[in-house]
Design a protein around this ligand. Structure first.
Ligand SMILES: Cc1cc2nc3c(=O)[nH]c(=O)nc-3n(C[C@H](O)[C@H](O)[C@H](O)COP(=O)(O)OP(=O)(O)OC[C@H]3O[C@@H](n4cnc5c(N)ncnc54)[C@H](O)[C@@H]3O)c2cc1C
Length: 377
């Protein structure tokens, strides 16, 4: 059997791209999704902070996020038993030395993001009373930011892909890729497979997979980010309070299912691996959070780290490799891979199937050139 497409990596990038191929193509395609681990979602996809925000990252990322929203708001019938998005809101807060940064950020997004507000410190404190007065002079408040059910979204893509005839193989680490004539031979721990086009959605390992195919790496850098949970004060009900991110992204905290998720928003470059949290990063975050908020963090309940993988210009990459049309990257999702997943998946499927981006993509500032790997050559 020769597959039309072989997708490497079943995190949110690979799973959503595989699903979008079958959703977009008018004819039945044969698509195989290969995952190294026992369970898809073991790496970055299972370790996120589960936020949807239209003001986070480069304007192209914001465009991809906005393109994803209608799908998240109203996924196809039977996609998920739970809503993908639930209200949260996010505040980008600055102290008196950061007023200009808050204003600049607001000006960058105010024309594209519905309901965005530039608010005073007092208004910010009413929205999230865990903040100390001196930590917030002004803030940008995005009321449309949402909590995401990442597991429901990821499982929905995988289940929907299989229901449309796609095949998923776990414990199938790709170890070599060879182009013979018009066909890729893909060797894995679970056997050898053949396909016309390879889609590289291997997260932190995308450059490793390209090198296996004897193609040039694009210079992706995986960066460790640490997160942990702790109990907030009994006296404050923060269940509906917005997430707070320092405008310079020095720390963030987010109420989540009765506890608080905290992070030092670290970005430490590391080789691709099953990354683990460092005690020092947690200590830094505890110190920053205790200075900016009323939290007294005496006990860490859970802790983890994950990789956010960035292209050299920090904008995600979708498109064919410079010297090889039959090798397509869907990579560099950084800290936005869940919220941009449907926009990225649609872009991947349209390019893979030789179709044009519809008008709504250019309206959102998402063009073939902006995503293309050719920009690095
Ligand atoms: C702490 C933290 C907080 C975050 N918060 C958010 C957030 O709030 N919102 C948001 O949108 N994003 C967030 N992100 C980013 C988001 O998690 C990532 O952008 C996204 O999960 C990347 O998905 P992926 O599929 O590219 O990578 P992964 O989930 O890592 O998937 C890649 C898969 O490829 C597989 N693979 C690799 N090599 C091979 C091979 N040779 N053969 C077979 N399979 C292979 C791996 O096993 C892995 O399962 C956060 C990330 C972190 C770490």
């Amino acid at each position: 059997m020769i597959y039309d497409f072989i997708v490497v990596g079943a995190g949110i990038a690979g799973a959503s791209a595989a699903y979008a191929l079958l959703e977009t193509s008018p004819r039945g395609l044969k698509v195989l999704l290969l995952e190294r681990e026992d369970i898809p979602g073991f790496h970055s996809t299972g370790r996120s902070a589960a936020l949807y925000s239209e003001t986070y990252g480069h304007p192209v990322i914001s465009g991809l996020t906005r393109l994803s929203r209608p799908f998240f708001d109203q996924p196809p019938m039977g996609f998920s038993e739970h809503p993908i998005l639930t209200p949260r809101g996010v505040m980008l807060a600055g102290d008196s030395t950061q007023a200009q940064e808050v204003e600049d950020l607001y000006n960058t997004f105010k024309d594209d993001v519905e309901g965005l507000k530039h608010i005073s410190g007092d208004e910010a404190l009413k929205l999230n009373p865990a903040l100390k007065k001196e930590a917030v002079h002004s803030a940008m408040f995005e009321s449309r930011a949402m909590d995401m059910d990442v597991n429901a979204l990821h499982q929905g893509f995988l289940r929907g892909f299989k229901a449309k005839g796609g095949e998923v193989l776990n414990k199938a680490e790709v170890s070599s890729l060879e182009r013979r004539g018009n066909i890729w031979s893909v060797e894995t721990r679970a056997g050898e497979f053949q396909g016309g086009v390879v889609i590289n959605g291997a997260g932190a390992w995308v450059d490793v997979v390209a090198e296996m195919a004897e193609l040039s790496p694009l210079g992706f850098v995986p960066k460790r980010r640490t997160a942990f949970t702790f109990k907030g004060p009994e006296s404050l009900d923060l269940s509906e309070a917005p997430m707070v991110v320092n405008v310079n992204e020095d720390y963030y905290f987010k109420p989540d299912a009765g506890v608080i998720i905290g992070s030092p928003a670290d970005e430490t470059p590391v080789p691709p691996c099953d990354v683990q949290p460092e005690e020092l990063d947690i200590a830094i975050a505890v110190d920053l959070l205790q200075k900016a908020t009323v939290f007294e963090i005496s006990q860490i309940l859970t802790k983890w780290a994950g990789l956010r993988t960035f292209a050299p210009d920090k904008v995600p990459v979708v498109g064919s490799a410079p010297a090889e049309d039959s090798f397509i990257w869907v990579a560099g999702q950084g800290g936005y891979g869940i919220m941009t997943s449907w926009g990225m998946a649609r872009a991947t499927a349209l390019l893979a199937l030789g179709m044009e981006f519809p008008g709504e993509f250019s309206d959102a500032g998402v063009t073939v050139n902006a995503l293309s790997p050719m920009r690095f050559s």
